[in-house]
Design a protein around this ligand. Structure first.
Ligand code: NAD
Length: 377
């Protein structure tokens, strides 16, 4: 059975869905692994390294996909890739799960697994691509913020005087935000953070940051059963904004990570808040991929405001650490496939009733089966 790994074609995508480490494990599972030439280069992985791991490196996507039963991707396949995936193949990646994409996979006869829909349960942690990538994004956001900030993070006492510690404020304390807090603390920043989920407050404090936020009866119910933040009322957001506005005016670096699943990122930093910040301050918006938490964020760009605040709205934050991001992403996919693997038959075995399988499966046997994509299912 052939497993194909393609070079990612989307502009700015530096990651790859398998590494020599996971390719070797797939070969050990009885798979023939075909890697499109150059697939790992942007992550620092040579074709020779894949070949040494037992994979065959083939010249192009069509050659990799010919006869493939399993296809691994980071991002959704482009039209021409999709057309070359054999009917009946299993496609695994972050597939941009929406009804329109699901319909295309169904029409192509592909069984598509969208890993970004993985349930956030303990058993699924080692397959959780959102967590592995968000962790790196949180780290990288602070590194980029520190580089763009024109003073240092730690308090530095020198013979020429003292440089004060940077005030760093992290908005959203999920996986990315907690890593951002830890990274900013390691660099010596004075760190505070906010979130709406009640559980986040203790996590923020346990990392040595102070909690800043508005809490009321509504925010005590702000978490869904899946662990995500709920969309809250306009009144709540207005109260939160009052508390945050006074705090932001005193910050040097603000790291935005707040998301509400399936929606545009909430706007938490208004234009007026940015105007209240000191020149030289930095806003790093990891939520830029989902529209951004800052009203001035331009996805993919760095904006410098009239009052000298830099707003970093880069997209694909984990892709800025391609080797680490690919290594973790590839392990997530390997864990998924090896968990749902028939060792005797050496084929995938995805039980329809399994919570994880049900969570990620968009299409099966030419039909859209995911309840989020197909309310009738
Ligand atoms: P996320 O990326 O969806 O959102 C980032 C953070 O933004 C969240 O903490 C959210 O509460 C926060 N947020 C939303 N609106 C906000 C607002 N108005 N102001 C401030 N903050 C706001 O979150 P995530 O990192 O994917 O984590 C989601 C949940 O899943 C968490 O409870 C996390 O602990 C849990 N989780 C569980 C597992 C697992 O068990 N397998 C793995 C990863 C995450």
């Amino acid at each position: 059975m052939r497993l194909a790994v393609l070079k990612e074609r989307r502009s700015g995508e530096t990651r790859v869905a398998a590494t020599p480490e996971t390719a070797k494990k797939f070969v050990g599972m009885g798979l023939e692994v075909a890697i499109e030439a150059g697939a790992g280069l942007a992550s620092g992985i040579t074709d020779e390294a894949y070949a040494a791991a037992g994979a065959s490196v083939v010249p192009d996507a069509a050659a990799a996909l010919a006869g493939a039963a399993i296809v691994l991707k980071v991002r959704a396949p482009e039209e021409e890739e999709l057309a070359a995936i054999p009917r009946g193949a299993l496609l695994i990646g972050t597939l941009g799960a929406d009804a329109e994409a699901a319909a295309r996979y169904a029409a192509a006869g592909i069984d598509a697994c969208a890993m970004e829909l993985l349930p956030r349960i303990t058993r699924a942690q080692s397959m959780d691509v959102l967590s592995s990538q968000a962790n790196l994004a949180g780290y990288r956001a602070v590194i980029e913020g520190a580089a763009a900030y024109d003073k240092g993070f730690p308090m530095m006492m020198t013979a020429a005087g003292t440089v004060p510690a940077a005030n760093v404020f992290v908005m959203g304390a999920g996986v990315a935000g907690l890593q951002a807090i830890a990274t900013a603390r390691r660099l010596g920043g004075r760190v505070s953070a906010t979130d709406v989920r009640p559980a986040a407050k203790e996590e923020i404090k346990s990392l040595g940051a102070s909690f800043v936020g508005y809490e009321d009866e509504e925010s005590r119910q702000a978490q869904t059963a899946g662990g995500y933040a709920k969309q809250l009322s306009a009144e709540f957001y207005a109260r939160q904004a009052e508390v945050v506005a006074a705090h932001i005016a005193k910050q040097d670096v603000v790291v935005c990570t707040a998301l509400v699943q399936g929606r545009r990122a909430p706007t938490l930093v208004t234009e007026a808040m940015v105007a209240s910040m000191k020149p030289g301050s930095v806003i790093v918006d990891i939520a830029a991929d989902a529209g951004g938490n800052c009203a001035l964020t331009k996805p993919g760009e760095m904006v410098v405001t009239a009052n000298g605040v830099k707003v970093l709205g880069f997209t694909n934050w984990p892709g800025r650490l391609p080797a680490a991001a690919s290594a973790l992403y590839a392990r997530n996919l390997h864990t998924f496939l090896s968990t749902f693997w028939d060792k005797e038959a050496k084929t995938p075995k995805l039980p329809e009733e399994d919570e994880i399988v049900k969570g990620v499966t968009l299409t099966r046997g030419g039909a859209v089966v995911h309840p989020l994509m197909n309310p009738a299912a």
